[in-house]
Ligand binder design. Structure first.
Ligand SMILES: Nc1ncnc2c1ncn2[C@@H]1O[C@H](COP(=O)(O)OP(=O)(O)OP(=O)(O)O)[C@@H](O)[C@H]1O
Length: 672
């Protein structure tokens, strides 16, 4: 049958271009990727057969073969695993399913230097395509277990690939690489050298639980004579025999004792299960004995993957039962907020046929889940006390995800709060823990103050912050989306209630200070009563109330919410998620010491019929009526502008921006 030519999907093509021009310096990893895929394929086949899904294949000798042809300069990786159907080849090899790809490629293009490109590739992992770093062309021959015909795929990685049906393919998949010429300067080594290949397998794939076999040249039985000349030595080499050997030790790392396993070996297992090319930040081992026996090796990555916040992000826990791979992405073992944790859990007493549904309800699994979560959280806690830099990396990468747990994991809420840290006005660079915040609280301070917003800078210059700054109260600055939500559901930490500085009334004065200013406050209240009730009416459609503020020192006005109201940011978020949110009216607070506000009060008092007899006296004369109308309109517009300014300072949206601009322009014009 003739070959059909297909085009690679756009993203795949871009990625391939990068591989061909190999911007990744460690090219050895191509083999790890191919072996990893082969091992997965063997896992899948064994599982299908164990579950008796109607597949009738010989699984008595599942393994991976590596073949080298020095003359042809080819390297072949062959497995007798699950294989791929014709459609699967087109779908899986010609396109990239990972939803973070487009973003990844954009960042890669923008990456300034090769070090940051490498880091990005490392975070993403390019799988099969890594072959094009070392090969000019790649041929893949595969037959899906249970099907009779096979498929041959071939490409030079340049934009198109061909796919052809073949009658006589062995079961499984073989990938043949036609190797590029060696270029040691570019770290392109001689991958047709059995020793090099063997070294790579030992380094990256030793723990793979399937035998990886290859022909290794053994010196012939008879040793060269001692003191033999060079020529004789090479004659002896000619007599070397190729012997097929299993290169890897095949030992499941989680089943070996801790002292036997090196950090490098753990790292390689991590790379295999996570598809990450970087080392993990932390490795966690659990050996549970007793009624329900299991072993777990968990890893915290050193980078958050691109698609961590995308829907359908896959959790990285693989479930094994007595060394047999059962499933990827075992959601029953790790909660959503720890979805970044990767690793392997090997349980001794589960059925091989266990399904996701059964797992969700299994009591033993629930106990395991609890233990794993506690262990991850305690590891983070240790990291915090042991290694501040490492914890800082963890928090930067995963803090926003971990905080989701404050909403869903009531049992571990204290533990999550304990390992969380937050930007704060106390220090421009270093975040603080809640415990540290509480230790610094001022005498008499009852609340842990926080503000939510888009950026630190915006919050620091927000009107809400003024009184807190003036009086030296520390405020937590929360910028993650999830912060808007969890602060609503976590009432307190160590008995100290959390309080938004943009909500409710602010009361930062001590009892003494209050006494001192009481008389003044009452006077102000009386002086402004007329203006406040007039403005509340005037802006009635837009605000709940207009009142005097005790949080402002330099701004004229600000918008605040009632304690029980959702914040404007949360309102927007909920709407964006398609939820119906009833419109919440806010409170407008005025700064009585600001000239604009005191001026407005004066103008209002003079203009208002009750406050100014002069207006009444002159009412007989029509011109005075017009003047009063005009100043009434001016006053109303001033109130409207003040409200608009407060909204903008809060990062809010104006209901009619063009009207606001016109009013503002008119006023500015009059000052010229
Ligand atoms: N030897 C193989 N046998 C069967 N299927 C394979 C084999 N190699 C690759 N595949 C299929 O092709 C898919 C794509 O492989 P590829 O290596 O590009 O990505 P991946 O392993 O899924 O993930 P990553 O890109 O993160 O490494 C695999 O998920 C698998 O379904």
């Amino acid at each position: 049958m003739s070959a059909e030519t297909f085009e690679f999907q756009v993203e795949a093509r871009q990625l391939l271009q990068m591989m061909i021009h190999s911007i990744y310096s460690n090219k050895d990893v191509f083999l790890r990727e191919l072996i990893s895929n082969a091992s997965d394929a063997l896992d899948k086949l064994r599982l299908e057969v164990l579950r008796d899904e109607g597949i009738n294949e010989d699984v008595s000798d599942l393994h991976i073969d590596i073949e080298i042809d020095k003359e042809q300069r080819t390297l072949t990786v062959r497995d007798n695993g699950i294989g791929m159907s014709h459609d699967e080849v087109v779908k899986l090899i010609g396109t990239i399913a990972n939803s973070g790809t487009a973003k990844f490629l954009k960042e890669l293009k923008e990456a300034k230097d090769s070090a940051s490109s490498e880091e990005l590739i490392g975070q993403f992992g390019v799988g099969f395509y890594a072959s094009f770093m070392v090969a000019d062309d790649v041929t893949l021959l595969t037959r899906r277990a249970g099907e009779s015909g096979g498929t041959r795929w071939h490409s030079t990685g340049e934009g198109t690939y061909t796919v052809e049906s073949v009658d006589d393919a062995p079961q499984g998949t073989s990938v043949v690489l036609r190797l590029k010429a060696e270029d040691a300067e570019d770290q392109l080594f001689d991958y047709a050298s059995p020793w090099k290949v063997r070294e790579i397998i030992k380094r990256y794939s030793d723990f793979i639980t399937w035998p990886i076999r290859m022909a290794v040249e053994k010196p012939a039985a008879q040793e060269p004579e001692p003191g033999a000349a060079e020529g004789e030595e090479s004659a002896a080499e000619d007599k070397a025999e190729a012997e097929v050997e299993t290169v890897n030790s095949m030992k499941a790392l989680w089943a070996r004792s801790k002292s036997e396993v090196t950090d490098e070996e753990y790292s390689e297992l991590y790379k295999h299960v996570s598809h990450d090319w970087n080392d993990p930040l932390e490795t966690i081992r659990i050996q549970a004995e007793g009624a329900f026996e299991y072993q777990a090796l968990l890893f915290i990555p050193s980078h958050a993957p691109q698609d961590l916040f995308m829907q359908g992000f896959r959790r990285g826990i693989q479930l094994y039962v007595k060394r047999v791979f059962i499933m990827d992405d075992c959601e029953a073992l790790m909660p959503d907020y720890l979805r970044f944790v990767k690793g392997v859990v090997d349980a001794a007493d589960l059925s091989l046929n266990v399904s996701r549904e059964i797992l969700q309800q299994d009591r033993q699994i629930q106990l395991m889940h609890r233990r794993l979560v506690k262990k991850v959280l305690s590891t983070v806690k240790d990291m915090m006390s042991r290694d501040a830099d490492r914890y800082a990396t963890f928090w930067k990468e995963f803090g926003a995800v971990l905080k989701e747990g404050l909403l869903s994991d009531f049992e571990n809420r204290e533990a999550i709060l304990g390992v969380s840290s937050f930007a704060s006005t106390h220090d421009a660079a270093a975040p603080t823990t809640l415990k540290e915040y509480v230790e610094r609280m001022k005498e008499g301070q009852q609340h842990i103050f926080y503000m939510t917003g888009d950026s630190r800078t915006a919050m620091e210059s927000s009107p809400h912050m003024e009184a807190f700054k003036a009086k030296g109260f520390e405020v937590l600055l929360l910028t993650d989306r999830v912060d808007e939500v969890w602060v609503q559901s976590v009432p307190e930490f160590e008995g100290k209630p959390l309080q938004s500085i943009a909500k409710g009334e602010v009361d930062l004065d001590t009892e003494e200070e209050k006494k001192e200013v009481e008389a003044e406050r009452e006077q102000r209240q009386a002086d402004f009563a007329g203006l406040l009730s007039w403005m509340t009416d005037q802006l009635g459609g837009e605000v709940k109330e207009v009142r005097l503020s005790s949080r402002l020192t330099s701004s004229p006005a600000c918008i605040v919410s009632d304690n029980s109201d959702v914040t404007p940011a949360l309102e927007n978020m909920l709407r964006a998620m398609g939820q119906e949110v009833p419109e919440v009216k806010r409170i407008l607070e005025l700064n009585p010491t600001h000239p604009l506000v005191s001026g407005l009060r004066k103008a209002h008092a003079e203009q208002a019929p009750s406050g100014g007899d002069a207006a009444k006296d002159e009412a007989a004369d029509g011109t005075a009526d017009d003047a009063a109308d005009e100043s009434g309109t001016g006053l109303a517009e001033a109130a409207e502008l003040l409200h608009g300014m407060a909204l903008l300072a809060d990062g809010g949206e104006l209901s009619d921006p063009s009207r606001f601009i016109k009013l503002m322009a008119d006023r500015v014009e009059r000052t010229l």
